[in-house]
Design a protein around this ligand. Structure first.
Ligand SMILES: [Zn+2]
Length: 588
């Protein structure tokens, strides 16, 4: 259950690793010396040479960067890991500064020669260049870009730091097993999914009461961060507060608008699920603190590592034998770190190893059903990485969040199929279906409410409304009502829920989470297609996942016969969601 990172580097000797980081900075400077100042007069062949040398640079130092990053996430208390991580970040910043000329100069060239991406010489870089062209009109001068970075560090960056520090240093009073205790934010959040309803309610109450007491701090922060964004939109000539996020996710505004209209039209579907969930929990009505509650019998089943390994591997192998072999290789080559230990990064992630055409996965495996799902999810990212690193060069491995979650979310549905097939009782089936529908509830519906809140925030600022703690709370509760109507019970302090999501306070994270809605519904539509077409669908998914970022989400949808700008497409995903709900209702 521990991974082996030695394959990343020729030697794990820390001095040799530092030397390799130094040579990375030197290599970046060499590229700058050759090409900087030259890009403006380049023809297609010249651009290709530049992009190819950037690609070889990425491949050459992919291993050492991966080693330093992953070793630190595996144990942040290890002094050597800490040193190497620091050295890596410094070297990375230096290399980035050296190579910054490429984006700026390429942007200018593309504005002069907008046909360049279509040049046959640049076939491999077509969409890479199209994206650079889309960003180009919004780039400022090198000096202005440096100024923005400097102002962000002590400006909106500091608000985000304050938010993190506040959450990291406060304790919250909770009654646990009859005793009053002061617990940290991390521990309190852990109780949000507790099987004990009183603990869940107590955890939400304690955290949001605490945050609510300092609403003045958070409303000032949110006002400043949002107003700063609107000011930057003007500087960068973004037509809309969402433009920046759409550019980085490689989607247009029509698909997102169509998707959000479909979510709004289907909120009753989520409420229908919540009524079923209330029944399964033996309650008349759910509270806002019950959304992530596990079903009563879910906590009884336990899955050891080998059971999970067998189940997840089979789930992928049944879909495509090669997927199954790659997943098995992830276990047998020790590319997964599942052990629970101190100093390890919380949560889970998958790291793409471009140079090795593979991936590494980190999670803290606790034998719960959710851990099996996390494993299937991260290994879906791994399969995705196996496919696109075989087909694409590094320039086409910069996958926007909308598509990045496709392999992983699809993998979760394959696991659900497996669990349904192996289910021995009605309760087993209920647990599998509720897991899928809970995630849909959070990733599609709750995230949409947060999206509506962010939208209403910018509208309020444009109307020059006063935004204090109470008016922000009113904005949030009205978005909450758009989703839940009066289906749920809420604690008064839950009106302060807008104070909690860290990404609201981070620089350059505006409209950060609608890609989750995108990925869930996109994959539900794909899954429906799979159910309709059976094995004929398998090569289609392989093509989609192999494309990396060489094609836009709209083009990838088109290849499958989908028009992502149409509401009908997104409704297809909702139909699949309803299908899962009907299966769950049938068990009642
Ligand atoms: Zn993921």
């Amino acid at each position: 259950m521990r991974w082996d990172l030695s394959v990343f580097v020729k030697s794990v000797n820390p001095e040799k690793i530092k030397a390799e980081l130094d040579s990375m900075v030197r290599a970046a400077n060499v590229i700058r010396d050759i090409y900087s100042g030259q890009v403006g007069s380049m023809d297609a062949a010249g651009v290709r040479k530049l992009l190819e040398s950037l690609d070889s640079f990425s491949l050459e130092f992919d291993g050492v960067l991966g080693y330093c990053g992953l070793r630190y996430s595996a144990d942040s208390t290890d002094d050597v890991a800490k040193q190497l991580h620091d050295a890596m970040r410094n070297a990375w910043v230096k290399a980035g500064q050296a190579l910054a000329f490429a984006e700026v100069e390429l942007g200018k060239l593309l504005l002069e020669k907008p046909d360049l991406p279509a040049h046959p010489e640049l076939r491999n870089y077509r969409h890479y260049l199209e994206r650079a062209l889309n960003r180009a009109p919004h780039l400022l001068s090198e000096r202005e870009e440096q100024l923005i970075m400097a102002k962000d560090r002590n400006g909106i960056g500091a608000w985000s730091q304050l938010h993190g520090d506040w959450l990291g240093t406060r304790t919250f009073r909770m009654r646990i097993d009859g005793v009053d205790k002061d617990v940290t934010y991390g521990e309190t959040v852990g109780y949000f999914t507790s099987p004990d309803r009183k603990l869940r309610r107590g955890a939400f109450s304690a955290v949001l009461e605490g945050l609510g007491k300092d609403e003045m701090v958070f409303s000032s922060a949110l006002r400043a961060v949002s107003a700063d964004h609107l000011a930057m939109c003007e500087w960068r000539k973004y037509p809309d507060p969402m433009t920046q996020s759409q550019l980085s996710n490689d989607v247009g505004s029509e698909p997102i608008a169509a998707m959000m209209r479909v979510v709004e039209r289907n909120t009753s579907l989520y409420r229908r699920y919540l009524r079923v969930k209330a029944k399964l929990l033996g309650l008349d009505r759910l509270g806002g603190w019950d959304l992530m509650a596990p079903l009563p019998f879910a906590s009884k089943s336990s899955f050891d590592w080998n059971t999970s390994r067998a189940m997840v591997t089979k789930a992928y192998a049944d879909f495509d034998p090669e997927f199954g072999r790659w997943v098995e290789e992830m276990y047998s080559s020790r590319r997964i770190d599942g052990e629970v230990r101190k100093g390890k990064t919380p949560g889970a992630f998958c790291h793409t190893w471009m140079a090795g055409k593979g991936a590494f996965v980190l999670q803290s495996y606790n034998n719960r059903i959710n851990d099996v799902y996390t494993q299937a999810h991260e290994l879906g990212h791994a399969v995705h990485a196996y496919l696109y690193t075989r087909e694409q060069s590094p320039a086409n491995c910069d996958i926007g969040s909308c598509i990045a979650e496709c392999g992983s979310t699809f993998g979760e549905l394959l696991l659900t199929e497996r669990l349904m097939a192996e289910a021995k009782s009605k309760e087993d089936r209920q647990v599998a279906l509720a897991t899928v529908l809970d995630e849909l509830g959070i990733a599609v519906f709750l995230v949409s409410a947060r999206y509506w809140f962010e939208e209403s925030l910018y509208e309020a600022i444009k109307r020059e409304e006063l935004l204090d703690g109470e008016s922000l709370s009113r904005l949030w509760t009205s978005c909450r009502e758009r989703l839940f109507a009066d289906e749920l019970e809420w604690l008064p302090e839950m009106r302060f829920d807008w104070t909690r999501p860290p990404h609201y306070y981070m620089p350059n994270y505006r409209f950060y989470n609608y890609p989750y809605v995108f990925a869930q519904l996109f994959v539900f539509s794909l899954y429906r297609l799979y159910k309709e077409q059976g094995k004929a669908f398998v090569p289609k998914l392989r093509v989609l996942l192999s494309a990396g970022s060489s094609r836009s989400p709209a083009e990838l949808g088109e290849a499958l016969g989908f028009d992502i700008a149409s509401e009908a497409f997104w409704q297809k995903g909702m139909l699949q969601a309803e299908e899962f709900l009907r299966m769950l209702e049938d068990t009642l």
